[in-house]
Design a protein around this ligand. Structure first.
Ligand SMILES: [Zn+2]
Length: 687
């Protein structure tokens, strides 16, 4: 068991006060209010949700609550992100007219049954024949099929199918029946055959004139239609959609609880407010918890029970990624005040029902921080039954896990080096009902809301109060856990080397061992560098000569531990060589490795790379090269943000590959070179 976090600025009394004040039921009522809105970014329905949040915040006592607006016109670019368009829906329905007559779906009943950003039909609707195009993503899916003026039934993602079927081939509309993400054995269509997946067209201003409409049916409905087609029956459907695209606006809601002495320094909490109705867990839950935290802290300060913290606490409710990028790229003065933060995205899950675990997604290795250990320690404390009279839920049923950094939510926009502010994300993952019509209020647990609210509120207050004097305890704590991670890196090296011992005797002739030695030597060095930086990062909370000396002492301990682990690795290598009476060869150097040593890539863009950009540039055929890479390196695309973050104009490609390999596991130099060369062709990287 790692050591417990010492009590810093926030005392046990305040933790107890928060435990009593934070209400799972109030949080849930905020969640259910937000879940009534179809909150697609850039739409008037999202705007209504933003207005609700602002009004409620003002009522709670956060008088400066306001909406910041940014253009969402499909033309405006924020860093590499092209804004989406505005979208408004009045009504939509899909009817089967042959071989049977039946209502299939209405927007009123199931908002996710309409592809977001669908355009309207003539008022009498569009009646057309249905053609099954398989995935609907490639040339072969359409070979020998006439889709012009017809509806296509496809299993691919709506955005891509619209481009292939409607924009390129003139289809009348698209019908999909697949989940946007499937995880084998956890979440497949077979588990939720009646769910309508959240699918969107996401047109740019450029192709807005040519896109039409689409419906997302359940797998059960899709299979019924496929059955008719297989039996040689003619299938006809009538779609009526009253909706339009127009230049819209992104709304970012922000409010603060002002600090007492360091009010220009801000600790922040963020949640994305967007997503289709109901989107109860994703992410009405994070948005509602943020409101409850704002209410509870304000109430405690007002009543005089709790002292106002030194730093300001800032809250953000945003359209996911798009709104955050719009904000950060246009308000550098705002991001420069931020010290650290937390992102709450899908936090209310009933863990049993949704098959979820609370993931604490830490900062990437390119931005080591004390923040990770601080928040982990609060999570661990929340899982302990300190007092049976006021425990937060039952420890036995609450699952949590520390997970490496990954892209996918708003924390990624803060930790990216153009902003460079540490941010940890809390997310219940996976979730059986994620991005479907079944993400409803009955899946939201008051206990989860209250627990995550407590974790986020306690961590935020610790940060808002931390100063040079609390820096001592924090540095010591981060160092202790860092020492454990360095020892773990050494242990992993020994395990893998002993595990590969037989390689020297077989046809590998020790080549695998040689590779492992190289990898783990570099990995231990990387982990030490990361932990040194994490311990030093506490100086951002306050400075004094004494703290400076203290941090130096901590880093000496970390460096010493690193040397010890490298010596231990040498011992392991010697033991294997002596035991086998063989000499392990020196690892061979590939052509790509040789090339990588002399190349220094430079970034020519800011922010995270918009995630469809590479794929759109290469096209489906060109992108196949990456699918091939992922056959051997399953995480390659997940590694690409870190490849970009490590690109600081000084590191060589070889340095970057080593760093990413240490963080994520062995990575091939040739794959990274291919990626960087593609970015070079897109004029995003130069050498
Ligand atoms: Zn989300």
């Amino acid at each position: 068991m790692p050591n417990d976090f010492p009590v810093l600025g926030i005392r046990m009394k305040d933790e107890k006060l928060l435990k009593d004040e934070l209400s799972g039921s109030t949080a849930k009522s905020y969640v259910s209010h937000i879940a009534r809105f179809h909150r697609i970014q850039g739409s008037p329905m999202y705007h209504d949700a933003a207005l609700y949040v602002v009004e409620e915040l003002r009522r709670i006592g956060l008088k400066d609550a306001e909406i910041l607006q940014f253009p969402a016109d499909g033309k405006h670019k924020f860093w590499t992100h092209l804004s989406t368009l505005g979208w408004k829906v009045e009504s939509a329905e899909l009817r089967l007219v042959a071989p049977k007559e039946r209502l299939m779906a209405t927007f009123e009943d199931i908002p996710t049954s309409l592809h977001t950003f669908s355009k309207g039909t003539p008022s009498e609707g569009v009646t057309a024949e249905l053609v099954d195009v398989g995935a609907g993503l490639s040339e072969k899916d359409y070979r020998g099929k006439k889709v012009k003026g017809k509806l296509v039934l496809a299993t691919g993602s709506a955005r891509s199918v619209h481009i292939e079927a409607v924009v390129k081939r003139g289809a009348a509309g698209v019908i999909t029946d697949s989940l946007s993400f499937e995880f084998p054995k956890v979440r497949e269509s077979i588990d939720i055959p009646d769910a309508h997946s959240y699918q969107g067209i996401w047109p740019t201003a450029e192709n807005a004139a040519r896109v039409k409409f689409g419906f997302s049916l359940s797998k059960r409905q899709g299979n019924e239609l496929r059955g008719y087609l297989r039996d040689g029956k003619k299938v006809k459907l009538r779609a009526k959609v009253d909706a339009k695209l127009f230049p819209g606006k992104y709304d970012v809601v922000t409010a603060t609880i002002k600090g007492s002495s360091k009010r220009r320094e801000e600790v922040f909490l963020i949640a994305h407010l967007c997503h289709p109705k109901p989107g109860a867990n994703d992410n009405a839950s994070g948005s509602g918890v943020l409101m409850e935290i704002a209410r509870a802290i304000t109430a405690l300060i007002r009543s005089g029970k709790m002292k106002r913290p030194a730093r300001t606490i800032r809250f953000f409710w945003v359209p996911e990624t798009t709104g955050t990028v719009a904000l950060l790229s246009t308000h550098p003065e705002m991001s420069s005040r931020l010290i650290a933060g937390m992102n709450l995205d899908m936090v209310g899950e009933d863990q049993e029902m949704c098959k979820s675990t609370l993931n604490i997604c830490v900062t990437p290795d390119s931005l080591p921080s004390y923040l990770n250990d601080l928040i982990m320690s609060v999570v661990e404390r929340s899982a302990k039954e300190l007092d049976p009279m006021d425990q937060i839920g039952l420890t036995s049923t609450f699952r949590y896990a520390r997970t490496p950094f990954s892209l996918g939510s708003d924390n990624a926009e803060f930790v990216e080096p153009s902003v460079g502010v540490p941010c940890v994300s809390l997310t219940q993952w996976p979730d059986l009902f994620y991005h479907t019509s079944m993400d409803t209020m009955d899946k939201v647990s008051e206990e989860s809301l209250r627990r995550v609210g407590w974790i986020a509120a306690v961590s935020t207050l610790e940060l808002a109060r931390a100063d040079a004097s609390s820096g001592f305890a924090l540095a010591s704590f981060t160092c202790s856990r860092g020492l454990a991670r360095i020892a773990e890196a050494g242990g992993k090296a020994s395990d893998e080397l002993f595990g590969a011992r037989d390689d020297a005797k077989t046809k590998g002739k020790g080549k695998k061992l040689a590779k492992l030695i190289k990898h783990h030597t570099s990995r231990i060095e990387h982990v030490v560098r990361r932990e040194l930086e994490a311990a030093r990062s506490v100086r951002k909370l306050g400075s004094s000569n004494e703290l400076e000396d203290f941090v130096k002492m901590q880093t000496r301990a970390l460096a010493g531990a690193g040397k010890m682990e490298l010596a231990r690795l040498d011992g392991t290598i010697a033991a294997i060589q002596d035991g086998l009476r063989v000499k392990i060869p020196v690892a061979t150097v590939t052509v790509a490795e040789k090339e990588s040593v002399g190349l220094v890539p430079k970034r020519r863009f800011k922010g995270n790379l918009e995630f469809t950009l590479l794929r759109d540039f290469l096209g489906e055929a060109g992108f196949k090269a990456y699918k091939k890479v992922e056959e051997t390196d399953h995480n390659f695309m997940a590694k690409t943000p870190e490849i970009i973050y490590f690109m600081d104009g000084k590191r060589t490609v070889d340095d970057i590959v080593r760093a990413v390999s240490a963080e994520w596991g062995p990575t091939d130099h040739s794959h990274v070179l291919m990626y960087l060369r593609d970015l070079e062709r897109m004029k995003l990287v130069s050498f």
